[in-house]
Design a protein around this ligand. Structure first.
Ligand code: SD4
Length: 291
């Protein structure tokens, strides 16, 4: 039903959707809910794809990408940000307090520090050890073996307003300077309060080449259900961008529409998402394309 709160997130992230729904329950805006929700994962040392504990680039440095979009169509984003625990809150500040949408690298870090964010080491014992092992054997991790936990979250609040957030440490052992889909409005996340919202996870290069989240929302604008829209966006990638890849990568989309309906679909097996609707906060296995 329109106006019934829904929170949906990529991957099994029950504590994050729980926190987002708590914010909505206290009559919070969806944009506050998604920011607070994804912060839970940014601070979690066990998640190796987001914030603290995220796997570094190939020079051993953790760099973060995040973006947020609200019901008015405002957006904020940070890319290639180092040493900040909550990149999503810096993205929020870019949205709320500057005339810009995206700040990157040293400029984003300076902006964060001017606004009271403290620098902190984002490597954990675990991520340091994983990096040292990678240096020794140089086996690139397969895309969905445990490092695919980037959180994209979408929410509808009690007023029926939709917002979304996405935050990641990006692809493990990426080239220094690499930015993925997650902080790119339209690629990793897109919200249109008249229509719905979508967010992506997986091999960001494929999502960027198809402007995946924008595509999902445009398909919904033209009448597709969230499920059909996610399926079509995945098929677009599968038809156009998999040539020459020996191991099929992972890409997953989740979407919601204005009516509170949701959808999810992925390229490969193994994608899961979390949805909190009514009384139930649960993890669901997504359907997938490459059988
Ligand atoms: C990226 N899409 O930087 C992100 C990675 C990801 O779960 O989703 N990991 O390409």
């Amino acid at each position: 039903k329109a106006g019934t709160p829904v929170v949906i997130a990529t991957w099994p992230h029950l504590p994050a959707t729980e926190e987002a729904m708590r914010v909505i329950g206290e009559s919070g805006r969806a944009v506050d809910a998604v920011e607070m929700g994804v912060k839970v994962v940014e601070a979690d040392p066990k998640d190796t794809s987001v914030g603290y504990g995220g796997l570094p680039d190939r020079s051993g440095i953790v760099t973060l990408d995040a973006c947020i979009m609200d019901e008015t169509g405002n957006a904020g984003s940070v890319t290639y940000l180092k040493n900040i625990l909550h990149p999503i809150s810096v993205a929020r500040l870019v949205m709320d307090e500057t005339p810009h949408v995206m700040l990157s690298g040293s400029g984003a870090l300076a902006f964060a520090k001017e606004n009271g964010f403290e620098e902190t080491d984002l490597l954990t014992e675990g991520s340091k050890a994983a990096y040292e092992k990678w240096l020794a054997d140089h086996v690139d991790p397969k895309v969905d073996e445990n490092q695919h936990d980037t959180i994209g979250m979408l929410a509808i609040d009690k007023n029926g307003n939709i917002s979304g957030a996405c935050t990641t440490s990006g692809a493990a052992y990426k080239l220094p300077g690499r930015v993925g889909d997650s902080p790119i409005i339209g690629a990793g996340l897109f919200v249109d309060n008249e229509v719905g919202a979508a967010t992506a996870t997986g091999l960001g290069e494929l999502v960027m080449k198809t402007l995946g989240s924008f595509l999902v929302v445009e398909l919904m604008r033209n009448g597709a259900s969230p499920q059909a829209a996610c399926e079509e966006a995945v098929r677009r990638i599968s038809e156009k961008h998999l040539k020459g890849m020996d191991t099929p990568p992972q890409v997953g989309f989740i979407a919601i529409n204005k009516k509170g309906e949701h959808g999810a679909y992925s390229l490969s097996e193994g994608f899961k998402y979390t949805i909190y609707q009514g009384e139930d906060n649960q993890v669901i296995d997504s359907e997938f394309e490459l059988k």
